[in-house]
Ligand binder design. Structure first.
Ligand SMILES: Nc1ncnc2c1ncn2[C@@H]1O[C@H](COP(=O)(O)OP(=O)(O)OP(=O)(O)O)[C@@H](O)[C@H]1O
Length: 194
């Protein structure tokens, strides 16, 4: 069963950017690492259920816009019935990996699902509002004040990565690999044999 690194952060905090860096440093340490996304699994399930084009739903083009409202509503209803549904779907195809990075946790129920089912390390990506704006962020009412953006604001994360200008990321990435290596040693997991 994989170890889960559950990443969260505000829009444009750099979740994808840091996910890639974390994946790279762990691959360098010879771990078998997969990356999965909860929003991708929602889109996949929505596409299957409604006979739509999954790949097109991943883009920011007009196709996605056509279905955006229905997809959000369907996702909320499905989550109400089963809060772990999209988390389960996201990780299901990566079970053979040593480590799975979930790049887009947004809700307490996401962290609850992974923590209840996997050895999970929660990582928050933090950045300044100024940096987010430079990366294209603009406040949108109903989005940036919604549960999906604010639900984890007060969560006690295992690690916090400061991904903002003037901050060195390499030292922080070392903290991640050290934490993961300690967990693997402690659990005596039969991985990373050289
Ligand atoms: N430390 C950094 N140095 C340079 N560019 C960065 C850094 N962090 C993020 N970026 C850039 O900022 C943009 C937003 O980052 P990213 O897509 O990783 O954010 P996100 O949190 O995943 O966003 P969203 O919530 O919208 O999916 C990207 O173009 C990314 O390359």
């Amino acid at each position: 069963m994989p170890i889960v690194i559950a990443i969260s952060g505000k829009r444009k905090s750099g979740k994808d950017y840091c996910t890639n860096l974390i994946r790279e440093v762990l691959v360098q340490k010879r771990f078998d690492v997969s990356v999965a996304g909860i929003s991708h699994s929602l889109k996949m399930e929505f596409a299957k259920k409604h006979g739509l084009k999954y790949e097109e739903l991943l883009t920011d083009g007009p196709y996605k816009e056509l279905y955006r409202k229905d997809m959000i509503q369907w996702g909320e209803e499905a989550r109400c019935k089963d809060s772990g549904l999209f988390c389960r779907a996201a990780i299901s195809s990566t079970m053979d990996s040593d480590i799975v990075i979930i790049s887009d946790c947004r809700r307490r129920t996401d962290y609850e699902y992974f923590s209840a089912n996997y050895r999970t390390v929660t990582i928050r990506i933090e950045t300044s509002e100024e940096d987010r704006k430079q990366r294209g962020y603009q406040f949108v009412e109903g989005v940036d004040d919604a549960e999906s953006e604010c639900g984890l604001d007060d969560y006690k994360f295992n690690l916090v990565i400061k991904n903002q200008s003037g901050t060195d990321l390499s030292q922080q990435l070392n903290m991640v690999t050290e934490k993961i290596s300690r967990i693997i040693d402690k659990l005596k997991l039969p991985i990373n044999k050289e």
